[in-house]
Ligand binder design. Structure first.
Ligand SMILES: CNc1ncnc2c1ncn2[C@@H]1O[C@H](COP(=O)(O)O)[C@@H](O)[C@H]1O
Length: 334
C-alpha cells in the first residue's frame, strides 16, 4: 500500500511535496475523512464502530471492500447534520495541511432520517463556507474549495434528476457548487438509465465529471461511448480504456484524474510500476493529467504522497514535478 511504498522517501522529500502548491480534483467527502476521526465521532455519539475492519493492506483487500466500508461503517456514523459538518471540516483541514491550494470535493446527497437531499447539500455548503470564513485573512494562503454533487450509478433516474436539479438550483447562489459527478461501485450496473438526467448538466453551464473504466468488466459494452457522448469535462481513473477511446479522449484533451494509490490498493492495477499513468505520460506524451487521492481516509494517501510516487514511477526530477503542479494550479485556481 502507499504508506509502505513511500517509506523510501526522506522527510525532506515529504516536506518538499507538502510545500508544493497542489490541485485536488477527485476527493469523495465521506472517503476522505480518516477512520480515526470517524471512530472518535462514533464514540462521542454512542454509535457502534467495528473493532476490526477489512482495511487496505489486508490480504485480499480489493475495491469491493472499499464500498463495503462505506455501507457497513462510514454511513452508520455520518448520518446527521453535526456529523456531516464535522467530516467536512476535518477533510478541509487535512487538504489544507497537505498543501492543497485548489480542492474540488464531491459528495452524494443522501436522504436519511435526519435530512433530505436538499438539506444534505446545504449542510455541506454551509460547512465549506463556514470553514472558509474562519480562515479568511489567515497567514496561510486560503485554499479555494469547490464542490461537485455526485450521482451514484445505482441511483434511479428520478434520484439523478433530483441531484442534477439541486446543482442547477444552488450553483448560482453558492459559488462553490461547480458541477456533477457520476460515481459508485463500478462493478454493479451501468449508467445508461441516468443519461436523461446527465444530459441537463452541461447546458446548465456546470461541469460533468465521470468515473470512467475503473474496472475491467464494464457493466454495459457501450457505456464508455455513452459517457463520451455527454461531452464530459473530466474523467476519473481511466484504467481500462480501449485504445480507440483513449485516442478520442486525448484528441478532445479531456482532463484525466489519476488516482494511483486508489487503483493499486483497490487492486485494479497490480503495482505502481504498471500504472497506466506511465503509458499516458511517456508513450502518448499526454499531459492533461491531474494526480488525485480519491478516498484518502481509506487509502491513507496524502496528495503529496501521490506526487512522490508519480515522480518515482515516471522518473521525473523535482523541477519537472514542480512544473506539472504549477500547470495544474494555473489551470484550475482561477
Ligand atoms: C474507490 N473508487 C471509487 N469509485 C467509484 N465511486 C467511489 C469510489 N470511492 C468512493 N466512491 C463513491 O463515493 C461515495 C463516498 O463519498 P460520499 O458519500 O459521496 O461523500 C461512495 O459511496 C461511492 O459511491
Amino acid at each position: 500500500m502507499s504508506l509502505k511504498h513511500i517509506s523510501k522517501y526522506t522527510q525532506e522529500d515529504l516536506s518538499w511535496a507538502r510545500s508544493l502548491p497542489k490541485v485536488e480534483l477527485h476527493a469523495h467527502i465521506n472517503g476522505s475523512v480518516s477512520l480515526d476521526d470517524l471512530r472518535s465521532l462514533a464514540l462521542s455519539k454512542n454509535l457502534p464502530f467495528p473493532a476490526t475492519l477489512a482495511l487496505p493492506g489486508d490480504p485480499g483487500f480489493d475495491i469491493k471492500d472499499v464500498f463495503t466500508l462505506f455501507s457497513s461503517t462510514i454511513y452508520g456514523v455520518v448520518r446527521d447534520q453535526d456529523a456531516l459538518r464535522f467530516v467536512v471540516g476535518k477533510v478541509l483541514d487535512a487538504f489544507q495541511a497537505d498543501g492543497c491550494v485548489y480542492l474540488e470535493l464531491r459528495t452524494t446527497p443522501k436522504k436519511n432520517v435526519a435530512m433530505d437531499m436538499d438539506e444534505y447539500v446545504m449542510v455541506v455548503v454551509g460547512a465549506i463556507e463556514e470553514w472558509l470564513l474562519g480562515r479568511a485573512g489567515s497567514q496561510e494562503g486560503l485554499m479555494h474549495v469547490r464542490l461537485l454533487l455526485s450521482v451514484d450509478r445505482r441511483h434511479s433516474v428520478e434520484q439523478a434528476n433530483q441531484i442534477v436539479d439541486l446543482a442547477v438550483k444552488y450553483a448560482p447562489l453558492h459559488t462553490c457548487i461547480v458541477g456533477v459527478d457520476v460515481c459508485g461501485d463500478p462493478t454493479v450496473g451501468g449508467i445508461r438509465h441516468l443519461v436523461p438526467a446527465l444530459q441537463k448538466v452541461k447546458p446548465a453551464a456546470l461541469k460533468l465529471v465521470v468515473h470512467f473504466a475503473e474496472v475491467a468488466e464494464c457493466p454495459e459494452q457501450d457505456e464508455l461511448e455513452t459517457i463520451l457522448s455527454l461531452n464530459p469535462d473530466r474523467l476519473g481513473h481511466c484504467t481500462f480504456v480501449p485504445s480507440h477511446l483513449m485516442d478520442e479522449i486525448i484528441k478532445r484533451e479531456i482532463t484525466m484524474e489519476i488516482c494511483l494509490s486508489s487503483n493499486v490498493v483497490g487492486g485494479t492495477v497490480s503495482a505502481y510500476e504498471r500504472h497506466h499513468l506511465i503509458e499516458l505520460w511517456k508513450e502518448r506524451g499526454y499531459r492533461n493529467l491531474v494526480l488525485c487521492t480519491d478516498d484518502r481516509g481509506i487509502f491513507l494517501n496524502e496528495l503529496s504522497h501521490e506526487y512522490l510516487i508519480a515522480m518515482d514511477i515516471l522518473g521525473l526530477t523535482k523541477r519537472e514535478m514542480e512544473e506539472w503542479a504549477a500547470r495544474c494550479v494555473e489551470q484550475y485556481r482561477k
